[in-house]
Design a protein around this ligand. Structure first.
Ligand SMILES: Cc1ncc(COP(=O)(O)O)c(C=O)c1O
Length: 436
């Protein structure tokens, strides 16, 4: 089919996804045809720098040759097996993954998506503690299933029916906009204290777990203040609950270390991984300790999706761990971050509209504001920069509570020349937004 025919067929037969609906909805965007590394092409042959890494699942680079080779080889052996019985790639991946994590994280459940893995984590926390309360940041995003939507407060909206019960929000320590933020490096302590005081009233003695991202991505690329996660762990432990880190966006090298929790010196009770874990194929993981697994399974929990632990997905997972190790992607993430931030901070000197520059590794954010004093969110300007970039051949995303945070997630293999090209496009977009 040519582009016109594809557009007509899409308009006729696809369910619209509602994503980026007010910026550039799918019907007006490119129809993607092929990709390689940090680049993706549409059906017209137009090239885009993919600074969203697909849906952040291709950060190893689109069609990474090592992952592609492993998948091709695996397809001849065992594509799908059984959710009940173990298969070879599944066991090998579990052992391999455990070797990358810190004790006591060593037992893995493989599923397909980030949402699945977070649902499993919440279920295991509930079963292991015998309680039902789950708390998450008020700017959290953990997935679009009904259970994870209930704890995805940054994507909250009407019309989805009743939420699952026993879920609660605690304040995100968002230094740029927190009401209690000050020069005191521990400004976040009263915010954390207040959050738990509320929880103690709202679900007394019934907190099973707290699920957070170690760097809040969709909520606006919000970094945790120093010491916050360690203090959070103390509060959680004091209540006999479990700490769950959703490392969909931060794990496997993205922030410059294998896992983000390692930068904070805080090992969670449960960690979830997804996104580029399968190098582009759908596979996710929930990893926990012997003790929590034992407590959750005792009593006869049964769990499994038809495609849980699919051998081909696990093969892709092992290949992706090989690439992460062989290419030392955490080091690449650190280099990209340094290069990117130096130029973005120079842009911040020039453009008043850049209120804040945040992010680590390959997860970078720029918050746009109408004026730096009042910090009024510059949502339309962020959208205008996005549209400019798409026209010029670059894809990123616009996120955050007010829709004014531009988020960039370039693949680990992105070259300095590609970063420069992206930054030039960004500069052009900011100039245009500035003139508005
Ligand atoms: C932090 C986080 N958790 C979970 C998810 C959901 O993952 P999936 O779309 O694979 O269900 C996302 C998706 O962007 C995410 O950013």
């Amino acid at each position: 089919m040519n582009t016109r025919e594809l557009r007509e067929a899409a308009a006729e037969h696809l369910v619209r996804n509602g994503l980026l609906a007010d910026v550039v909805p799918a019907a007006q965007g490119p129809i993607l045809a092929r990709a390689e590394g940090s680049l993706i092409w549409d059906t017209e042959g137009k090239e885009y720098l993919d600074f969203n890494s697909g849906q952040m699942c291709s950060t190893l680079g689109h069609n990474h040759p090592a992952v592609t080779r492993a998948i091709r080889a695996g397809l001849g052996e065992l594509t799908h097996a059984s959710s009940v019985y173990y298969n070879v790639p599944q066991v090998e991946l579990a052992r391999r993954l455990a070797g990358t994590l810190d004790a006591p994280l060593k037992r893995t459940l493989f599923i397909q998506s980030g949402a699945d893995s977070n649902e499993a984590a919440m279920l295991f926390a509930r079963r292991a503690t015998g309680r039902s309360g789950i708390a998450a940041f008020h700017l959290s995003f953990h997935g679009y299933t009904d259970v994870t939507r209930a704890v995805s407060y940054c994507a909250a909206g009407p019309g989805y029916g009743p939420s699952i019960p026993d879920v609660y929000a605690i304040p995100t320590p968002y230094a740029y906009r927190a009401p209690l933020a000050s020069e005191d490096p521990e400004w976040w302590r009263p915010l954390l204290g207040m959050g738990f005081e509320l929880l103690d009233r709202e679900c007394p003695g019934n907190l099973a777990g707290v699920i957070v991202e170690p760097l809040v991505s969709a909520g606006g690329v919000i970094e945790m203040p120093d010491g916050y996660l360690a203090a959070l762990l103390e509060e959680v432990r004091a209540r006999g609950a479990l700490l769950i880190f959703d490392e969909a966006q931060t794990g496997l090298g993205k922030l410059g270390t294998m896992y983000a929790y390692q930068q904070e010196g805080v090992v969670p009770d449960i960690i979830t991984l997804s996104k580029h874990f399968g190098g582009g194929l759908a596979v996710s993981a929930m990893v926990t300790s012997d003790e929590i697994e034992e407590r959750a399974i005792a009593g006869g929990l049964s769990f499994g999706h038809s495609h849980s632990s699919d051998p081909i997905a696990c093969t892709a997972g092992s290949a992706s761990l090989d690439v992460i190790e062989a290419e030392d992607v955490p080091a690449r993430a650190r280099r990209i971050s340094a290069y990117w931030q130096e130029r973005v901070r120079a842009l911040q000197q020039r453009f008043e509209i850049i209120g804040d520059v945040r992010g680590r590794g390959i997860l970078q954010g720029i918050e746009l504001v109408r004026d730096r004093r009042g910090k009024a969110p510059a949502k339309e300007e962020a959208q205008a920069v996005y549209r400019h970039a798409l026209r010029e051949g670059m894809i990123f995303s616009v996120r955050g509570q007010h829709g004014n945070v531009m988020r960039f997630v370039p693949p680990f293999g992105t070259t300095e020349a590609q970063l420069d090209r992206a930054l030039d496009i960004l500069e052009g977009g900011l100039e245009a937004a500035h003139r508005r």
